[in-house]
Structure formats: C-alpha cells, structure tokens
Design a binder for this molecule. Structure first.
Ligand SMILES: [Ca+2]
Ligand SMILES: [Ca+2]
Length: 468
C-alpha cells in the first residue's frame, strides 16, 4: 500500500561496490589504522538489501573446459567472473520450439506484446538446435529438464563439482530458472553465488535468451576503530577500489547514504579525526587523512518523541519561518513532496480534508518542495489549481533541498508531525498517510473526532496523477 516516489541512492551503493577504476596512488604522511577483514561466504545480498546481477553470455565455445558431463543435449557455455577469477558454466537445455514450426504454442506467444519483432530472429536462437521440440526429446528418452553445471573449483573439469539444483518456477506463462553454486575463491574461501535465467521462449525477453544472470552472495566485513571507537563496514563481492562503504554509525541497522557512507579514496570525519580508506593489493587500508574535514553530524533521529530538527526557511510568499519555534500552540505537519511525485499527490485529498477539519483548531502544514530548479511557476500553478492553502518552501534544488538533506530524506512523500509547544516529533509516515489522517490529527489535537466522517470517500476525491 505504501508507495514511495523514488529512493535516492539505495541501489547506487551496490553499483559503486561493483564498479572499478584504478587506484589513486598518493603519498600521505598518515597514520595507519588496523583493519580486520572477515570473509562472509553467504548472506551478503540480504545484508546489503539488494544485488546487481552480472550477465554471463552463453556461446557454443567450450573454452577452457577439459572435461564435461556425458549425454548433453544442447550444451552452451559461459563464464562467471569475480575479480581476476573465472568459473566456467555449462547450460544444457532443450531448444525452445522455433516460432515457425511450433504453431499451436506459437499462437499464445503471438498474442503477447512485443512478439512481432521476435519472429525475424527466431532462426538465430535455435541455430544450434536440430531437434527443436522438447516433446520429441522426451519421447526419444533424452533429458528434457535443463541442467546447469558450474566449475566451482575452476579446474576446467565440469564433472567434479557439486550438482546445481536448477529449478524452474512459473513466471506468468513462462518460467524462471534459478540455482545456487558455491565457488572456491582460494585460501579455503567458499563463496555462495546465485544464478538465474529467464525463459528463452519468452518473446518479451528475447534479448536475454543467451544470458545467464549471476551475483555473488559473498563479501567481506571489516572492523576498525575511529578515534578509539569500534566501527565496521562490509562490501558485497570482491573489494573494488571505488566502493562506497556503509558504516552504521548509530547502529540502527539502517544506512543513511548522506551520513553513513564513505567513498574509498575520499576523506571523512565521523568522530573528530579525518580518515581515508584506500585499497592496496586487494586489501582495505585505513589511515588518517591530510585533509581536515569538519565532523559530520550523526544521522538525524526522527523517531516519535525525538526533538524536531530546527531550521529557518522562506516560504513562497516571502515569509520567514523558524521551525519549529514559530508553531507554538499548534501541530505542524512537515510534508516533503514534489509536483512530479505521484504518491505525494495521491495524499493531497487526505491532507486537504485534515486541513479543512482542523486548521482552525491549530493544525498547520508546511510543504517542502523537492521540485527541480526553475519550477517555481509550475509549483505555484499547481498550488493554485489544487487549491492548497498551506505554506510551501521551494529551494529549487530537487533531491538536494537543504531541509531534505538535513532530515536525510531519501524518498518522498516523507512526512513528520511536530508539536509546536514541545518541539517534539509526534508522528511519522506510518500515522500520517491515508484517509485516516484527519481523524488522527483531530485526536492529536485532543478534539472529539466525529466517527461518522467517511474516511474512504475523501481518499478518492482527486484523480491519480502520473509521475513526470
Ligand atoms: Ca571442476
Ligand atoms: Ca544507521
């Protein structure tokens, strides 16, 4: 139900972990800090909260393979690459029915969008196949189920590795194939790798017919001290020299990109001293930096009961706002949003209802617009059209809006309810989204709330609008 417009940077961390460039070699009069490395053989994908698949292209060339299983139907080969290591894979799967001579099955596929552009290329995918129909293979006793082999010990022999359970699961009218392998990285390090493949007969994924996707579920954890305080970080897959390292400074199990990540090769100051990570001979090194930075504040604690963050801003009509000091005797909802954000706009009817019901009793809304530069007119027009009466702050900086950065906003809509008397946070998105908003605000104001207010109807007053 909860829809967020866009979450800044979450995947970018993974992307950065996996990209790679040359090491900047710079001599610094620096103090080295000890870094303890721990290998994590599996479970890293979950720790990171995502993965970035790498594609292994299949071909008919059995390059680097000296021994392979017998009774192969339609073997094709590819490589998994991790750092400077390569692991051969062999996919043996029955040929998908060629579009031309599989009329009865072809009908259903033809109905799918995108099927048109597929037909011309059909010959290419089935180039290696002679007995294209899997049913025929079944009759002749040849194995029909696709099999995947991974040269997990990288010795060129595909017959001496653990078998892969290459499972097909239904995905719409097609199938998705999945399996896991454990590869040997050397030094006794066994690393989990997940592999998957889309149905090669799916016309919408024609371009992926020769691809097996894979990603490492392994990584490294590093422990170190900054100004005598213990911290840790980790990387997914092999360590690259331009990784962005997550460091959970407030130990809440979440990573704030703004306050809790460090780019290798760039200085940072979390504890009073400026440090810098670098990678040397594949090892993570930590040292003091010759560049002195100001200490970065801790990530904001925006839980209920915590003090709201103070800021001053100028609203669209030129009024200076001191937040939350100006809101004594009131409840104010901070609403981070943008005119291009569909889910934000979807909340407007609920907000308008709550505002109409309770503004007289002390309910205020302060909008913080994440609209892009030079969009003031667009914003003003929008406010007029939708008849939004509450104040708006527009910095024209999109995701770099300073109040947004201060609050570490990585996705919108993002809302907080603040008690203007105590300056404390009273509610967060959980309570402030949806048609129950007016009731919630009424109760928060200590007012008697009419139970006969029909919550459902108000939610659908306005048509949904698409993102820009
Ligand atoms: Ca092997
Ligand atoms: Ca954290």
């Amino acid at each position: 139900m909860s829809q967020i417009c866009f979450v800044k940077g979450s995947l970018a961390i993974i992307v950065a972990l996996l990209a790679g460039t040359g090491v900047a070699n710079r001599s610094v009069a620096a103090e080295q800090v000890e870094v303890q490395e721990k290998f994590l053989g599996s479970g890293v994908t979950q720790k990171v909260g995502g993965y970035r698949p790498i594609s292994a292209k299949l071909s008919d060339e059995a390059e680097g393979i000296e021994q392979q299983p017998e009774e192969l139907v339609n073997p094709r080969y590819g490589k998994l690459k991790f750092g400077d290591k390569e692991y051969s894979i062999l996919l043996d799967e029955p040929q998908p029915p060629a579009t031309d001579d599989a009329d009865d099955e072809g009908e259903a596929e033809g109905a799918e969008p995108g099927a048109e552009d597929v037909k011309g290329d059909a010959a290419e995918t089935s180039a290696a196949g002679k007995d294209a129909d899997p049913d025929q293979q079944a009759e002749s006793g040849t194995p029909v189920e696709p099999r995947l082999f991974v040269d997990a010990n990288a010795d060129g022999d595909l017959t001496n590795d653990p078998a892969i359970d290459w499972k097909a699961t239904p995905s719409g009218p097609y199938k998705l194939y999945r399996g896991s392998a454990e590869i040997d990285l050397g030094d006794g390090r066994m690393a989990a790798v997940d592999l998957y493949r889309f149905d090669p007969t799916d016309p919408r994924r024609k371009s992926l017919a020769d691809i097996v996707f894979y990603y490492g579920d392994f990584g490294y954890e590093f422990e170190f001290q900054l100004d005598d305080k213990p911290f840790s970080t980790f990387v997914a897959g092999a360590l690259s020299d331009n990784a962005r390292l997550p460091i959970d400074r407030d130990d809440n199990g979440k990573i704030s990109r703004n306050f809790e990540t460090v780019q290798i090769g760039q200085p940072f100051n979390f504890t009073g001293t400026s440090y810098e990570f670098k990678v040397e001979d594949g090892q993570l090194r930590l040292q003091t930096s010759d560049e002195e930075l100001e200490q970065l504040p801790m990530p904001p604690d925006l839980r209920i009961g915590q003090p709201a963050l103070e800021f001053t801003a100028t609203t669209l009509d030129g009024t200076e706002v001191n937040f939350p000091g100006d809101y004594a005797g009131k409840l104010v909802m901070l609403d981070f949003w943008a005119t291009w954000c569909g889910p934000c706009i979807g909340e407007i009817p609920n907000m308008k209802t709550a505002y109409a019901d309770w503004h007289d009793k002390g309910f205020e809304i302060l909008g913080i617009s994440f609209d892009q530069p030079n969009k003031e007119d667009v914003l003003k027009e929008f406010l007029e059209e939708r008849e939004l009466p509450w104040a708006q702050v527009y910095e024209g900086k999109g995701w770099d809006t300073s109040i947004g950065n201060q609050h570490d906003v990585s996705g919108i809509p993002f809302v907080l309810l603040v008690d203007g008397d105590t300056g404390k946070i009273m509610a967060t998105a959980r309570e402030l989204r949806g048609p129950g908003l007016s009731k919630f605000i009424g109760e928060a104001l200590g007012e008697e709330v009419q139970e006969d207010k029909d919550d459902e109807e108000t939610a659908e007053d306005e048509p949904a609008e698409d993102d820009e």
